[in-house]
Design a binder for this molecule. Structure first.
Ligand code: NIG
Ligand code: FE
Length: 418
């Protein structure tokens, strides 16, 4: 067994290294290495340089050489920092109702929406949920995603949330892509809960959170702050407890009404996600903080509503991550690259800002410092596109798919073989 792998040459390799975490980025700031190669050792990048130089340097007996034909552009593996892909059932009927004029909140109030998926997910066995989750993960993998966050939130009781989080961890063990679980027990007050929102959150924080720590099921806590979900008064003791226990916090913020982003800033959340309703006030608040602003164009496309003000967020100095929000209700598409490319045209974002939003800035939204860039010491997670110029990728608005995906140095998707 050879200990190193050398892959290349790539016509262009975009390292995504050395770019600031915050603010606007021009394409001129993209670090591009021409005719590059990647030398991999123990799942990580050992060296990046010109392929011919690396080839002349490596010890042939110790190195497996994968020499590619034709032109390829290489980027870090994409990171989808916000999804809800562990669910049972379908909400195609909700989708039809919305397109016939009913609003997301009207459907939710009539018993559809998140609660409908909770009922369908509770009826699904853990084995079935693992299969369904893995099927969706494989779809993301084909689109170049090598790390994917997966939220619970369709269980909404201690037992059912545990079932989902254990499922996500079990699915993670079966696939090369990294699944990053997040507890979203605070998605809405379950309709069958006998008590107030505060009572429910107290039960979750005293019973569920310690089990999450004990079983190492997740280190991340999310909550949906919205008029139809939880208020600042409801959530504050819950986030305080989560902070004390050392969980990272992330927030579904400013989707339909404002308020969530201020809570994210107050509780030093890692990210505030959605932001479709954010105004100049919320943008300024986020820009003054270290909270990462995550735009979810898939939810805007699924609901037929405006995008988060991504251009303004970047110009104000925020860190912008972009994620798919893949879920059965508001974002059924689940194609991160297509959604990011569409956001780009509506919000006038540069290629550099889009690639940053789905690579190193998305890694920061998950508090992961070992991926999202192609530099020495980082995980060897990367995607290849069959082209000689990176401009071709987003130009095709998502219909141009990666030809190969590598995770920790292993080829995990090859278009020619699938
Ligand atoms: O991020 N906004 C709340 N939660 C999800 C939607 C979940 C659902 O509709 O099932 C979201 O859009
Ligand atoms: Fe979401």
């Amino acid at each position: 067994m050879k200990k190193n792998i050398l892959i290349g040459p790539f016509k262009q390799l975009l390292t995504m290294g050395g770019i600031p975490l915050k603010g606007a980025i021009s394409d001129l700031q993209l670090p591009i290495i021409e005719d590059a190669g990647i030398l991999i050792q123990n799942e990580k990048i050992k060296e990046i340089d010109s392929f011919s130089h690396l080839l002349s340097e490596v010890i042939k007996e110790e190195t497996e050489i994968l020499q590619l034909e034709g032109n390829h552009v290489c980027l870090p593996g994409f990171i989808d920092a916000h999804t809800h892909i562990c669910f049972g059932g379908s909400r195609a009927y909700d989708y039809a109702l919305r397109n016939a004029g009913k609003s997301y909140l009207e459907i939710a109030n009539a018993g559809g929406g998140i609660w409908d998926t909770v009922n369908q997910t509770r009826k699904t066995t853990a084995e079935e949920l693992i299969k369904k989750t893995l099927k969706r993960v494989k779809q993301h993998l084909k689109n170049g995603v090598t790390t994917i966050e997966v939220k619970s939130g369709y269980g909404l009781s201690v037992e059912e949330e545990l079932k989902i989080l254990r499922t996500i961890n079990a699915a993670n063990a079966e696939i090369a892509i990294d699944l990053i679980p997040t507890c979203l027990a605070a998605h809405m007050l379950p309709k069958d809960y006998k008590g107030s929102a505060s009572d429910y959150l107290l039960e979750i924080s005293t019973v569920l959170l310690p089990i999450l720590k004990d079983e190492k099921l997740t280190n991340r806590i999310d909550a949906f702050i919205e008029e139809s979900a939880f208020s600042k008064v409801d959530i504050s003791p819950y986030f305080k407890k989560a902070n004390e226990m050392g969980f990272d916090i992330t927030v579904h913020a400013d989707q339909f009404s404002t308020g969530g982003s201020a809570i994210a800033v107050e509780f030093k959340a890692i990210s505030a996600d959605h932001l479709e309703a954010s105004t100049a006030k919320e943008i300024e608040l986020l820009a003054q903080s270290n909270v990462i602003a995550t735009a979810l164009p898939g939810a805007s496309l699924g609901l037929g509503c405006n995008f988060a003000p991504a251009r303004k967020l970047l110009d104000a100095g925020c860190t912008l991550a972009i994620a798919s929000d893949h879920n059965p209700g508001s974002a059924p598409m689940g194609d991160l690259l297509a959604q990011a490319a569409i956001l780009q045209t509506f919000e006038k974002l540069t290629n550099a800002e889009i690639f940053a939003g789905i690579t190193f800035r998305a890694a920061a939204a998950l508090n992961l410092s070992d991926r999202g860039q192609l530099t020495e010491g980082f995980l060897a997670d990367f995607v290849l596109f069959h082209t000689d110029n990176y401009n071709e990728i987003l130009y095709n608005q998502g219909s141009f798919k990666p030809c190969m995906v590598f995770k920790k140095g292993k080829l995990v998707f090859d278009k020619h073989r699938s």
